[in-house]
Design a protein around this ligand. Structure first.
Ligand code: SPV
Ligand code: MG
Length: 542
């Protein structure tokens, strides 16, 4: 919400409005987190944070920059301490334009001359501007603000300068009569008597503001009951910070190991929360191209599909039209959307029908097994690679999840339904429960493959025909194929490497002690094996 509106709305409610001092975005955020109603962009704090006195040494631009970081960091209104307006009424006009356009809700200007001295520095030159001059600055704010919701607090330092209660009242009245939205009367007495006395004699409607730094035992409620609507706790974040940092830093120098201050520091994750790292992660996901730029894909589309009869008389399954685009076209679209542009297709049966642009093709014999087909494109297994069957349709989100997955070989496993058709690539993972129809939430599980194949006695999922290989996983996979070739003989459920399916190779990886991981899905894909599948694809594809 607009800070100005928020401040006005809060002011309309009864009770003291509590304002906490800050000097940057983080301390503004902490003021908000603590439950204050508004942030005080304190000149005292901002100066101290730069390690210079609060004496108009920082420029307006530096003070404003700190205040605008608070606006960005927090949702509660920011009230900016603008000292004496950084000069005369002409400077004030520039100040108003600058602060209002940065989303500040209110400014406070005090009747110190330029350059000022902090109200609490003892033994320094302290002079007040003539009352007419300061009233003129108040009018300059009113005349130059764009919105009446941008409030001005006029502050008198008469009590601080020792000019007495009458002078304080005269000045307060002059500023109220000039149109100030609030009058702040500052006091360095250690008792609230001065400010309460001022309020008792206050004869204007303009509400009052105070800063109980020195009369520090007086509660906000007492001050509110005494006539003050806004109470500013001006510098306690900075001062407690210095104390805590001193202790932690000295402890490290003494003990010479970081764990000596474990009890004095917040966990790093606390910092991440405060600065919005979780939001950044979500924004990366929502607004940035996904991490597929350096990932290649190999699509296996070499086999013939006699089950589909006439439909595939002149084309492989991957080129079957589903709603105006071949299956392969849908796949390429999903991969491209995830940033994967380097796509290879292993073609065989009716390979001349595979005529989509921007694809590399590798030729295999349609009678070869899947592993042999994949090896036709083995030169592509030289980095992170997504391997998938050419006859599946899938939600693009699955590609995203595979891209985000960690592990050298990661399979997508459907946990939704194990009943039904023959010839499925069944899997049994080590931690999933055995059974069918088990419902798992998408994306919540990373499991480890135990067994995979078409003839498992027990299974708890079905491989959907997509796997992500890390660079290491791709290299290992090639090495294992070489080893299996050298050893000859059967490979899991296949008689030989030449006829082995990918499931046979995956089982061989597991048998060699390599870890194959799985991530779960609950539907979100379909395979085109039969005419009924093809009909379903037409019916279900959005
Ligand atoms: C500030 O915080 O800079 C103030 C309040 O102006 S005080 O330091 O008490 O003057
Ligand atoms: Mg100040």
């Amino acid at each position: 919400m607009d800070g100005k509106i928020a401040l006005k709305e809060r002011l309309a409610k009864p009770g003291p409005l509590l304002v906490g001092g800050a000097h940057n975005g983080m301390t503004g955020k902490l003021v908000e987190e603590a439950g204050f109603d508004a942030i005080w962009a304190s000149g005292f704090e901002i100066s101290a944070a730069h390690c210079v006195p609060d004496a108009n040494i920082l420029t307006m631009a530096e003070q404003l920059s700190a205040a605008s970081w608070m606006v960005k960091a927090a949702d509660i209104p920011v009230i900016a301490d603008c000292d004496n307006g950084y000069g005369n009424a002409i400077n004030v006009i520039h100040m108003v334009k600058s602060y209002e356009s940065e989303g500040i809700a209110a400014v406070c200007i005090e009747d110190n001359v330029f350059p000022k001295r902090c109200s609490f520095y003892a033994g320094v030159k302290r002079e007040l501007a003539p009352v007419e001059e300061h009233a003129g600055k108040v009018k300059a704010v009113l005349d130059n603000r764009k919105s009446d919701d941008f409030l001005v607090i006029a502050r008198t330092e008469a009590l601080i300068a020792g000019w007495g209660m009458e002078e304080a009242l005269t000045r307060g009245r002059a500023y109220a009569d000039a149109g100030a939205d609030f009058v702040l009367v500052h006091s360095k007495s250690d008792k609230p008597d001065e400010v309460l006395g001022f309020a008792q004699q206050w004869d204007r409607d303009t509400p009052l503001v105070c800063v109980p730094t020195i009369y520090k035992t007086t509660t906000a409620q007492t001050l509110y009951d005494g006539g003050y609507q806004i109470i500013i706790y001006a510098n306690h974040g900075l001062r407690s910070g210095i104390k805590a940092q001193r202790e932690a830093l000295a402890t490290i120098v003494k003990e010479q190991h970081c764990s000596s201050v474990d009890h004095l520091v917040v966990p790093k994750t606390d910092v991440y929360e405060l600065i919005g790292v979780p939001q950044m992660k979500a924004d990366e996901k929502a607004f940035m191209p996904s991490g597929g730029a350096n990932v290649g894909a190999i699509i296996l589309a070499a086999g013939a599909s006699p089950e589909l009869g006439e439909l595939t008389a002149d084309r492989p399954k991957a080129m079957l039209d589903v709603k105006g685009k071949p299956v392969l076209g849908h796949q390429v679209e999903a991969l491209n959307e995830a940033g994967i542009k380097d796509i290879s297709v292993v073609v065989g049966y009716k390979k001349e029908a595979v005529d989509l642009p921007n694809l590399k093709t590798y030729a295999a014999d349609e009678s070869q097994g899947e592993v042999a087909s994949l090896m036709e494109a083995s030169s592509e297994l030289d980095g992170r690679t997504l391997v998938l069957y050419g006859d599946i349709l899938f939600d693009q989100e699955m590609v995203e999840r595979l891209l985000q997955s960690e592990g050298d070989v990661v399979l997508v496993v459907d946990r939704s339904n194990l009943k039904g058709r023959e010839n499925r690539d069944l899997v049994q993972t080590l931690n999933g429960e055995v059974g069918s129809g088990q419902r798992f939430l998408k994306g919540t599980r990373m499991d480890t493959l135990g067994r995979i194949g078409q003839n498992l006695d027990e299974a708890n999922g079905e491989w959907i025909g997509m796997m992500m290989l890390s660079t290491k996983g791709a290299t290992t996979l090639r090495q294992v194929v070489e080893e299996l070739g050298a050893a000859s003989g059967s490979v899991h459920e296949a008689d030989s490497l030449a006829t082995a399916a990918l499931t046979d190779l995956l089982q061989a990886l597991v048998d060699k002690g390599l870890t194959v991981n799985t991530i779960d899905t609950y539907k979100g894909w379909m395979e085109i094996d039969t005419f009924e599948d093809y009909q379903r694809a037409w019916a279900q594809l959005r």
